[in-house]
Design a protein around this ligand. Structure first.
Ligand code: ATP
Length: 361
């Protein structure tokens, strides 16, 4: 059974529709991320599940029970937001114990649960301190402990890591995933950060303009994007107009003006018809720049010119022109450190490409 299900959910704010007829099934015990740019409706969706706002239309069920009319405190949900919202004048233990107040537990049981929750977030010794005596990352762990201590049916996390600095953020995402795994709690996570979504999720729900663009595992949404939006939102994509010439057991044959014919694996082009306009998608890291004179290999190769280099430490993002096409290439710096103006060979394997229907504007 799905832990959470949304059926034909619509949310309007006056005349503006923030969520358009959304359907979503969140399997029990899974970590599902709502991913999309600012304003796409992910927080609104989470807030409807939480009971902070009401859907205009549609049904929300948790563990099979319709909860549209169930008030927030009776939904048995754990919530963590970007700003930790700990009570400053309560100790850490009191903060964590807060949600247990109305659960009729004995004092000893409540203390044990608080102790277990603090151990789970690896801060067993801070119960007597106050929030301001903890770092931002530690406070966020306490907010998580406070959400988990009530043993909620579902954990709802709205950009919980975005106030943390980059290194701590990466540590915390590992930590959060470890905790989620350990207790097996169904989790709905909201972020606009694609790397966070890919690193943490069992399923990613990619949203744009209040609509679901694609639902899939991190590998599915990254490797086989269902739309140009998904392809551009996740990673750096080169999208080239093509014409589909044929489809057979070996794949989908695309023709591109400057590149000739390229056969993309069928499973990487699920929505493309056998003829007509299509688009070839090549991820920036799937292109390799070599010296122009490098010996031929099994890759498709074209001559290009490096127009700009964006140095990134270990890697560089190259802006390369091939005829009228401008491509982006992401390569490790130690492969071939090219400078602006370098004449290069741009290479890729067709099996690393995906295809989408339609043509680029
Ligand atoms: P962000 O990452 O910036 O929070 P989001 O994807 O979570 O973005 P939402 O907060 O869900 O986006 O907002 C979706 C749309 O609904 C936005 O255009 C927003 O301006 C609008 N919206 C949200 N809440 C309200 C409200 N209470 N009244 C009117 N419009 C709202």
């Amino acid at each position: 059974m799905s832990a959470v299900s949304l059926t034909s959910i619509v949310k309007k704010f006056g005349g503006f529709t923030a969520v358009h007829r959304m359907n979503m099934e969140i399997p029990d015990g899974s970590f599902v991320t709502l991913l999309g740019p600012s304003g796409c409706g992910k927080t609104t969706t989470l807030r409807m599940i939480a009971g902070l706002i009401d859907p205009t239309e549609g049904d929300i069920t948790i563990k099979g029970q319709r909860i549209n009319d169930v008030p927030i405190h009776k939904r048995n949900l754990g919530l963590v937001f970007q700003n930790y919202a700990l009570f400053p004048h309560k100790t850490i233990a009191e903060n964590v114990a807060f949600g247990l107040k109305y659960r009729n537990l004995s004092r000893a049981d409540a203390e044990q649960k608080v102790k277990d929750a603090l151990e789970l977030v690896q801060l067993p010794d801070v119960g007597g301190r106050y929030p301001k005596q903890l770092s931002g990352g530690q406070q966020q762990r306490i907010a998580l402990a406070r959400a988990i201590v009530i043993e909620p049916d579902v954990l709802l996390l709205d950009e919980p890591l975005s106030a943390l600095d980059a290194n701590l953020r990466e540590d915390m995402r590992v930590e959060l995933k470890r905790i989620q795994h350990r207790i097996g709690i169904t989790t709905v996570f909201v972020t606009h950060d694609q790397s966070e979504a890919l690193a943490m999720s069992d399923q990613v729900v990619v949203m744009s303009n209040g609509r679901v663009e694609q639902v899939g595992t991190p590998e599915e949404v990254y490797n086989t994007p269902a739309s140009e939006f998904v392809s551009r939102f996740l990673g750096i994509s080169n999208i080239l107009a093509a014409t589909c010439r044929n489809i057979d057991g070996s794949g989908l044959e695309l023709e591109l003006p400057a590149f000739g014919r390229i056969t993309v694996p069928k499973e990487r082009a699920p929505n493309v018809g056998s003829t007509g306009p299509a688009q070839l998608v090549i991820r920036a890291e799937k292109l390799l720049l070599t010296e122009k004179s490098a010996p031929a290999d099994e890759r498709v190769a074209m001559d290009g010119v490096v127009e700009a280099v964006d140095y990134q430490g270990q890697a560089a993002r190259y802006f390369v022109r091939i005829g009228d096409h401008h491509l982006q290439v992401l390569n490790m710096i130690d492969q071939y450190p090219f400078q602006e103006g370098a004449e290069v060979s741009v290479r890729f394997r067709p099996r690393d490409c995906a295809a989408l229907p339609g043509a680029t504007a």
